[in-house]
Design a protein around this ligand. Structure first.
Ligand SMILES: [Fe+2]
Length: 173
């Protein structure tokens, strides 16, 4: 069998963990972008939470499958430990965090390139689209640190008009 774009070996060491300097989006979380498929609107990433690390409260425009490589983490829907898999559907909303630290592999699938709406403490909604991960693919931390705010925000929409009200999501969560 030939290895095509449809069957690709992804080496964990093919990318580096990076930290995004966007306060409140992913505190204590490093991200490694391994694969961005614009045709299928699918991304494969890894996330590494330091003890106490937490993501912003977010709403899913994408499905996510998260395999817990090590450590433990949780959100309102449940607690995950090494080997556990989270299956998150479109419409899920939650705030993942880890007391002990964790590392996970995430596959995000979207119909249209929209991935996650992040509800920030200051009331801003930051929508992460697949272009944001494409923008980070292959970057080293030094590249990220040298990027302008504008360059960092490629693929991230601020207060998109179709974002759901935070209150409605919090009430349902
Ligand atoms: Fe999620």
């Amino acid at each position: 069998m030939n290895l095509t774009d449809e069957l690709t070996i992804i080496r964990q060491n093919s990318a580096e963990y990076i930290t995004l300097p966007i306060p409140g989006l992913s505190e204590g979380i490093e991200t490694k972008v391994l694969k961005v498929d614009r045709k299928k609107n699918r991304v494969v990433i890894m996330a590494r939470f330091a003890p106490g690390g937490h993501a912003a409260f977010h709403y899913h425009h994408c499905t996510a499958v998260a395999y817990t490589v090590c450590g433990e983490w949780e959100y309102d829907e449940g607690h995950f430990q090494e080997g556990d898999i989270a299956y998150e559907s479109i419409g899920n909303a939650h705030t993942p965090s880890s007391k002990t630290g964790t590392e996970m592999v995430l596959v995000l699938d979207s119909k249209d390139g929209r991935l996650l709406d992040n509800y920030m403490e200051d009331g801003t909604v930051l929508r992460v689209n697949i272009e944001a991960y494409e923008n980070l693919l292959g970057k080293h931390q030094a590249d990220i640190d040298a990027m302008s705010r504008e360059a960092l925000m490629v693929g991230i929409e601020i207060n998109p008009a179709d974002a759901l009200p935070r209150e409605a999501l919090m009430a349902a969560a």
